[in-house]
Ligand binder design. Structure first.
Ligand code: HEC
Length: 153
């Protein structure tokens, strides 16, 4: 409580001294396609790979504390990538795009909690929900006639 009021005071002082709004200034840089390829895809793959089986035998998957930590970090970066998808003109509308991004973020946060708990089954379930979120958005927003194949198509 004390800490948050100190932070609050610092923030309002900063706002007063800069003399303008507290809106952070950010500049969207990459395209949705680039965010998919360099952020959404690798981080979601790390989550999927954390709970994968071949012929009933788990392959790969986190072993050490560091592995689990990386799994958690990747899941959180996937959730964070959702924020990038919501920025400015990247959002194709304020309805389905937002709901579908939110679904991906919720599932990614669920995967992060599962990694923190070192729970392989829970990561698998979260991965399934993440995959559905990818699929749902692709089906709604990618025209199969104009775009090369991607997950969920
Ligand atoms: C909010 C909507 C949305 C969500 C959620 C979403 N995508 Fe996408 N994705 C798109 C759109 C739109 C494109 C097409 C981008 C373009 O080519 O301009 C795309 C394209 C892609 C591509 C192809 C990029 C290329 O080279 O053209 C990959 C790979 C991809 N997505 C992976 C994923 C994965 C994996 C997930 C889930 C973890 C996911 N996406 C979730 C909207 C979404």
């Amino acid at each position: 409580m004390i800490r948050s009021s100190v932070i609050g005071a610092l923030v309002s002082t900063a706002a007063m001294t800069s003399g303008c709004s507290t809106q952070p200034s950010y500049q969207p840089v990459a395209t949705v396609e680039q965010i998919m390829e360099a952020s959404v895809e690798p981080t979601s793959n790390a989550v999927f790979d954390a709970a994968a089986w071949v012929n009933g035998v788990q392959v790969g998957g986190p072993r050490t504390d560091d592995d689990w930590k990386m799994g958690e970090a990747n899941a959180l970066m996937l959730a964070e990538a959702g924020n990038l998808l919501l920025m400015g003109s990247r959002a194709k509308d304020q309805v389905g795009w937002v709901t579908r991004t939110q679904a991906m973020m919720d599932a990614a946060n669920e995967a992060a909690r599962a990694a923190q708990a070192k729970n392989t089954d829970a990561i698998f379930n979260a991965g399934t929900t993440i995959y559905r979120a990818c699929l749902g958005c692709h089906l709604q927003y990618i025209n199969p006639a104009t775009v090369k194949p991607s997950p969920g198509q």
